[in-house]
Design a protein around this ligand. Structure first.
Ligand SMILES: C[S@@+](CC[C@H](N)C(=O)[O-])C[C@H]1O[C@@H](n2cnc3c(N)ncnc32)[C@H](O)[C@@H]1O
Length: 374
């Protein structure tokens, strides 16, 4: 088994761990924004196809301060003496689609965060690590176009040295022309919705269509609908659908408060509605009421709705939440549902960060067993 680690958006660690586990990987550790795992060499070529990681690295060295304190550059260089670069490069090449020819060149990038900045300077670490690699190999430094990069991260929790498996982050999808929502979040929304072949999927505020394009590229055998009131945004959504060369989507210009769709006509709703940051509370509440009324109408029984929430819209959603009677006969069987739309039952929440903004994914499903919309 070979050691790797991957970076994720804040909140997506468990989803990424679950995704890499499908390749038979063993998760060894998870920290904020990072997942460490072991993977067999036969599964290595599939790592770069993962969709919920930002970047993936072959682990060259990893030390958590609580287990092994590396408090100076000299100590770091001492630990690096045990690194076999030839062997690491062989493993790294096995994970890549195209193999680089020798002689190899490299560059070191280093980031130091938190209190560690008092002990380490990124410039001096990069220089020392470069010199150490040159001493133990015949690789040359090439700052402009290196064959591989050595990535050093020093935080208050750990020191990692790794070789990125790809030049570009995995989250920068070659098949998406416009990425308006982080692709890893879009993919997580698809996973949470449990998309499978033949499903009818709607994004009622699709904007540039990032969620739809990510979904249709990875689950082409589905039927996609995108709705937005902004015609210019829909033109970009159309470009996104064309660039991912997967199934097409019916893109409709319209109001999500009056969707031109028949009742119970979609199996899943994936949506990143406007957070209401530019609106007052009453406007946001009014939008939410009309949005939910229409979503619950067009969603079929047992269907799933995954919404990305932030700002005032998130607060309005949370105000809607109540604990109600579950499906079973047992009075102790409780469930969380929306007060005004009791058949929309909350299944799961996933707190996330969108840059500086706290956000959350809500996964709801429609169970009309109890309650009705008036
Ligand atoms: C946060 S953006 C969605 C971003 C989108 N996920 C993307 O990939 O670009 C919210 C979208 O909701 C649309 N919108 C706002 N109010 C709407 C309404 N009443 N009906 C339909 N679309 C609406 C906006 O035009 C905007 O494109």
């Amino acid at each position: 088994m070979i050691s790797f680690y991957g970076t994720t958006g804040s909140g997506l660690e468990a989803t990424a761990a679950q995704e890499v586990s499908t390749l038979g990987a063993d998760i060894t550790r998870m920290t904020k924004g990072k997942v460490f795992f072991l993977c067999s060499s036969s599964s290595c070529p599939d790592l770069i196809k993962l969709k919920t990681f930002e970047r993936l690295f072959l682990e060259v060295l990893c030390a958590f301060h609580e287990e092994m304190e590396i408090s100076s550059i000299d100590k770091l260089l001492e630990e690096m003496k045990a690194v076999n670069w030839e062997s690491n490069l062989k493993k790294w090449k096995n994970c890549r689609e195209s193999a680089e020819s020798s002689p190899l060149s490299f560059r070191v990038s280093c980031k130091v965060t938190g209190q560690m900045r008092k002990k380490f300077s990124a410039f001096h670490v990069s220089k020392a690590v470069s010199a150490s690699i040159q001493n133990s190999t015949n690789y040359a430094v090439n700052l402009k176009q290196p064959c591989f990069e050595v990535n050093v991260r020093i935080s208050d929790e750990y020191i990692t040295i790794g070789i990125p498996l790809t030049t570009e982050p995995l989250s920068k999808r070659p098949y998406l022309k416009h990425i308006s929502v982080r692709s890893t979040i879009c993919h997580t929304m698809c996973l949470k919705a449990g998309i499978s072949s033949g499903m009818r999927i709607l994004d009622p505020c699709c904007g540039h269509g990032t969620i739809l394009a990510e979904a249709s590229y990875n689950w082409p055998a589905c039927i996609y609908f995108g709705l937005d009131q902004d015609l210019e945004a829909l033109k970009i959504a159309s470009e996104n659908m064309q660039s991912c060369k997967a199934s097409t989507a019916s893109l409709i210009c319209g109001d999500c408060a009056r969707m031109p769709l028949t009742s119970e006509s979609v199996d899943a709703i994936l949506c990143d509605p406007p957070f209401g940051i530019k609106h007052n509370c009453q406007e946001t509440d009014k939008f939410l009421d009309r949005f939910l009324r229409e979503c619950s109408r067009v969603l079929c029984e047992g269907g799933t709705m995954v919404v990305l929430l932030g700002g005032p819209l998130r607060s309005s959603f949370e105000m809607q939440l109540e604990t109600g009677q579950g499906e079973g006969e047992d009075p102790g069987d409780r469930r969380e549902n929306l007060r005004d739309f009791p058949h929309l039952v909350l299944k799961e929440t996933l707190p996330l960060r969108l840059g500086l903004l706290d956000a959350i994914l809500w996964c709801l499903s429609k169970h009309s067993g109890r309650g009705h919309v008036t």
